[in-house]
Design a protein around this ligand. Structure first.
Ligand code: SF4
Length: 288
């Protein structure tokens, strides 16, 4: 009997779930004539994006592109303050779907740096939209570093006061390494903001646990979804064969011919219905 082991953490995280609920409410109950727009893709899942595009939701890149009287949904990553101001000036109906954990990080940074009293060191990916948003809440100087090693190359002013924060999806172990290094160099009084969301790590830990006892693993999620691709890397790094698919029909029985236990997990932007369909297809390979 072939066993399919499905991860409990597979599928939407709280922030994505909340953002999609807000968009859904707007599509169902908003004024019929007013266009609904999202600033960038609401999530990194092509099937979900197509679903909402078919319902008339428009994806726009800049506030200036918003049609008159439209509703603008801010996605879970949040947006920079100047973009928020532009939205307000345009007089559109704003639906803020920024994840509460990202919001908390923005507010903590603002509270600690608002008067320019401290410079921010932010541990994150420089090109990521969430990082652009977080930086806009810093009242003074701000520097982004991608890795602990980068900190060694910074030319810091020892007379200056600093505060340390991280993008919500950064690895907590790496952040702790950075905290130790920063406090060694700049002193233990440098404040550290607790801005990490452990969702990503818990998902990766469960994927690794399942991969360790499975003959093959399936990871479901957008090919352009960063957190889904990282799950695939985690599984492959353990030597477990891994199939990354967006939808159930991409799987073929030949890929699981010798498997007795198949692991199944999914990225934070993968809908439950798609994961259910993948699980059902895996079971169908062995029904006989
Ligand atoms: S991963 Fe965490 S911070 Fe990011 S949207 Fe999901 S719940 Fe929010």
């Amino acid at each position: 009997m072939v066993q399919v082991i499905r991860a409990e953490t597979a599928g939407f995280c709280m922030g994505v779930d909340l953002a999609l609920r807000k968009l859904e409410r707007l599509v169902q109950n908003g004024p019929a004539a007013a266009p609904v727009c999202t600033l960038g893709p609401i999530i990194h899942n092509p099937q979900v994006l197509k679903h909402y595009a078919d319902l008339g939701v428009q994806e726009i890149a800049e506030p200036e592109e918003l049609p008159r009287k439209s509703s603008a949904v801010i996605r879970a990553h949040g947006i920079p303050r100047d973009v928020q101001d532009k939205l307000a000036k345009r007089g559109v109906h704003i639906v803020d779907a920024t994840c509460p954990k990202v919001k908390k990080a923005q507010m903590l940074i603002h509270d600690r740096t608002a008067k320019g009293e401290r410079s921010l060191i932010l541990f994150g990916e420089p090109e990521h939209p969430e990082v652009a948003g977080l930086l806009s809440y810093a009242g003074g100087e701000a520097t982004v570093i991608e890795a602990v090693d980068h900190f060694e190359r910074l030319s810091l002013d020892p007379e200056e006061d600093y505060v340390l924060a991280a993008q919500t999806t950064q690895d907590r172990t790496e952040y702790n390494r950075l905290i130790s290094r920063v406090q060694e160099v700049l002193g233990s009084e440098v404040p550290v903001l607790d801005t990490i969301c452990d969702t990503t790590r818990e998902r990766q830990r469960e994927a690794a646990d399942i991969a360790a006892c499975a003959d093959a693993m399936v990871v479901v999620g957008g090919y352009n979804s960063g957190n889904t691709r990282r799950l695939v890397q985690v599984v492959r790094s353990l030597g477990t064969p891994c199939h990354h698919v967006e939808q159930a029909h991409e799987l073929a029985p030949e890929g699981f011919a010798a498997a007795q236990a198949i692991g199944l997990t999914a990225g934070a932007s993968t809908p439950k219905e798609i994961i259910d369909a993948v699980e059902a297809r895996l079971h169908s390979f062995f029904d006989d």
